[in-house]
Design a protein around this ligand. Structure first.
Ligand SMILES: Nc1ncnc2c1ncn2[C@@H]1O[C@H](COP(=O)(O)OP(=O)(O)OP(=O)(O)O)[C@@H](O)[C@H]1O
Ligand SMILES: [Mg+2]
Length: 304
């Protein structure tokens, strides 16, 4: 897998994840790092912030900064296709199995979004491995947490599946009276596939748990509701050893009360982004905002 550092922006709806991701990306790109902003939120916002049309191919904003929007439907389709082909390969006797026909219904099955996002993440990591930083503008909290939990939960399932498959191979030996040998395990397509999946999910888990490869920036506003959701995100990430490396306290005004936030996240570096009267839209406005808040930004965004 790639060497680019992944920075994920998470937080409650509307707190400023996309704006903070864009600001952070502009800042890093202007320092000379090669940055790709990846919108993983199906309700893409980067197009409005940079005032450009984006797609699943990178569009260049500055010499070092590009943006890509992940097409969730495309990756759901890829995921279903992958499963379909695997089933066809493994169980070749199942001829009347045509999932394509049912795609319009299947694509709404629960749980597919996080698989699609993980698939997109893996592909982007590989494709853009030569870049320095991949900045991920994340979807709403529930889906973002499912994304991070997917490798850990899948590995639990996979362990059970492995044990079950090994039992099946042993039983098959009894039924067919073929002498049970090590080769039976090596030849078993299903067992091989499960082992392959185990390796893939373990790789992803390692990436998410490695603070050198993965940074999560939690964006919040100085209000009770966004703090409450941020605490849930913090606890959720802690449960799977994902490092939360910065709190971005966004839209801070002169009369904002931030004591509770500071106390709650006392051990995590915090960056205060002031409330901007000018809408933070367009590259030059973002650059101007970064310049205006140079001291704080310089000190804090440099950390990654
Ligand atoms: N520091 C700021 N000062 C003033 N307005 C801001 C600031 N940061 C973000 N905004 C505004 O707040 C609104 C929400 O911002 P943004 O779209 O970045 O949030 P989000 O968390 O990505 O939202 P969503 O959950 O819908 O994806 C936008 O109108 C944006 O311009
Ligand atoms: Mg957004």
């Amino acid at each position: 897998m790639g060497k680019a550092t992944n920075i994920f922006f998470m937080g409650k709806g509307g707190v400023g994840k996309s704006t903070s991701a864009a600001l952070n990306s502009v800042f890093l790109a202007n320092k000379g790092l090669k940055v790709l902003v990846v919108s993983l939120d199906p309700a893409h916002n980067q197009c409005d912030i940079f005032e450009k049309d984006f797609s699943d191919k990178p569009v260049q904003i500055t010499p070092h900064l590009s943006v890509i929007e992940v097409d969730q439907d495309h990756w759901i389709k890829q995921y279903i296709k992958g499963v379909h082909n695997q089933i066809k390969r493994t169980y070749s006797y199942l001829t009347a199995f045509n999932l394509d026909k049912y795609f319009d219904v299947i694509k709404y099955s629960p749980g597919l979004e996080e698989y699609a996002l993980i698939l997109a993440f893996k592909a982007i990591q590989e494709k853009f491995a030569q870049l320095d930083i991949l900045v991920f503008d994340m979807p709403p909290t529930a889906l973002a947490l499912k994304f991070f939990y997917l490798p850990t939960l899948s590995l639990v399932w996979i362990e059970h599946l492995l044990a079950l498959r090994q039992e099946i191979i042993k039983k098959r030996d009894l039924i067919t009276k073929i002498k049970f040998i090590k080769k039976e395990f090596e030849r078993d397509k299903v067992l091989n596939k499960i082992n392959e999946m185990k390796e893939e999910y373990q790789d992803l888990k390692n990436i998410f748990e490695d603070p050198k490869q993965t940074e999560v920036k939690l964006v919040l506003n100085p209000d009770q509701l966004s703090l409450a959701e941020s605490i849930r995100i913090f606890d959720g990430l802690k449960g799977i050893n994902v490092n939360l490396n910065q709190i971005i306290n966004n839209k801070v005004q002169e009369n904002s009360v931030c004591t509770k936030i500071e106390q709650t996240f006392a051990d995590i570096p915090m960056l205060n982004f002031p409330y901007s009267e000018t809408p933070l839209i367009g590259l030059s406005t973002l650059e101007h905002f970064l310049e205006k808040n140079g001291d704080v930004v310089q000190k804090q965004l440099n950390m990654c």
